[in-house]
Design a protein around this ligand. Structure first.
Ligand code: CP
Length: 319
């Protein structure tokens, strides 16, 4: 398969073709070894400036993007809404227009409002990468999840992935559903009924509230945190009851395949969705996900900058 990346932005996996997802994963594979070199840097994005705009807390995604930019020799500027003029009432549009005036080449944005990066991408000539928007999508997380599964299992087609946890508030689940189903994987969602989205069949996935049923054939169990910060009402009686029914621990894993992979996008609430011993066991590939996220984000930045290179060359030929 040989295709060129043609998109200006990466705002979600909903609109991506399987070939485009494959291209990101293959590009990440080829960039993976850069981080193993004694000098972990290539000049690919030298002279380019990337603005990381984080209007919501983040550890993994923010650090991973910043390191990916450094590995590719881009200049990175980091903006977090806390401590910025956002707290003085500046609008998102004005904040971004000011940052754009600094002639940045690419924006990576996390925002609590679903659709915020999409609006930015429509209004700006530069590339925009969605680093998580509200409950909508988190495309680079799903790409790194798929990359990790492919690394561990060799392929994605036919792989059975069970998502367990707060599906309805999860942008990670939503991006994974779009991505995994396009790549031929089989997805099962498992949660109390109140935490399952409506009309899941339309998404091409199965849903159940029975944990044993969800995991017994799964090749991968991807756990999702209960997102207290996104819940305005109580979706289940108590965290303790949730953990009793849905926690992945040694006892529950007796019902799973012996080579099942345990994944989690982080941050993990140890002892709630996942027992501490399983989190630190050989089943867990959670830290591999973090490592792979770097190569995947390097691939995304590399592919998007290629589009800008070609557009700039075309413009100079026609001027
Ligand atoms: N997986 C993820 O998005 O983690 P952060 O919120 O720490 O970036």
């Amino acid at each position: 398969m040989s295709i060129l990346w043609k998109r200006k932005d990466l705002v979600g996996l909903k609109d991506l073709e399987a070939e485009e997802i494959q291209l990101v994963l293959d590009t990440a594979k080829s960039l993976q070894e850069i981080s193993l070199r004694p000098v972990k840097k290539v000049p690919t994005l030298r002279g380019r400036t990337v603005a990381n705009l984080f209007f919501e807390p983040s550890t993994r995604t923010r650090v991973s993007f910043e390191l990916a930019e450094k590995r590719l020799s881009a200049d990175a500027i980091n903006f977090t809404s806390a401590g910025s003029s956002t707290v003085k009432g500046e609008t998102l549009k004005d904040t971004v227009r000011n940052i754009e005036s600094l002639k940045v080449d690419l924006i990576v944005m996390r925002h609590p409002a679903s659709g915020a990066p999409h609006r930015l991408a429509e209004s700006l000539p530069i590339s925009v990468v969605n680093a998580g928007d509200g409950i909508n999508e988190h495309p680079t997380q799903a790409l790194l999840d798929m990359f990790t599964i492919r690394e561990k299992k060799g392929h994605l087609a036919g792989i059975k992935v069970a998502f367990v946890g707060d599906i309805v508030h999860s942008r990670v689940a939503r991006s994974n559903i779009w991505g995994l189903t396009k790549m031929g994987a089989e997805v099962t969602l498992c949660a109390p009924k109140t935490l399952l989205p409506a009309q899941v069949e339309a998404l091409g996935v199965r849903a159940t509230s029975n944990l044993e049923e969800a995991i017994h054939e799964a090749d991968v169990i991807n756990l999702l945190r209960i997102q207290m910060e996104r819940q305005s009402e109580s979706y289940f009686p108590s965290i303790r009851e949730y953990a009793n029914n849905y926690q992945i621990n040694r006892d529950v894993l007796k019902h799973a395949k012996p080579d099942v992979l345990i994944m989690h996008p982080g941050p993990v609430n140890r002892g709630i969705e996942l027992s501490s011993d399983v989190m630190d066991s050989p089943y867990s590939v959670i830290l591999d996900q973090v490592t792979n996220g770097l190569a995947v984000r390097m691939a995304v930045l590399y592919l998007l900058s290629g589009v800008r290179n070609r557009a700039a060359k075309k413009a100079s030929v026609h001027s």
